[in-house]
Design a protein. Sequence first.
Length: 139
Amino acid sequence: MKYEKSCGAVVFTRVDGQIKFALVQQLQGFYSFPKGHVEQGESEQETALREIYEELHLSPTLLEGFRTVDEHIIPHKPDVIKQIVYFLGEYADQEIVFQREELLSAPLVSYEEAMALFKYESSKRILNEAYDFIFGHVD
């Protein structure tokens, strides 16, 4: 098996005391977190931050201690396992400007709204891990 690696993050901000998550809606219609392929010489964190900036025009701070991995087979490449490393990033006082060439939308939503939008169980698992981390470690 060959691995194809990407990195991204669960990105959030605080709006009127509420946690809101920045999601991306792919051209295929499903919702996910900002992510993309690792480029040569980049660390996982550098890839995540570059992809977040390219897709959402945001520059979050990655929170120490949060890293989770998702792996799945790519339907059109059955001999390849897609590995995606996710971090947790917080931003404030920035406006989302999404990459219209690659995305349909980039909503800022509550935890409950995000869970309702997600099609894949892996996205729900990752959001749950991030949510638990935020409320266990962030003031």
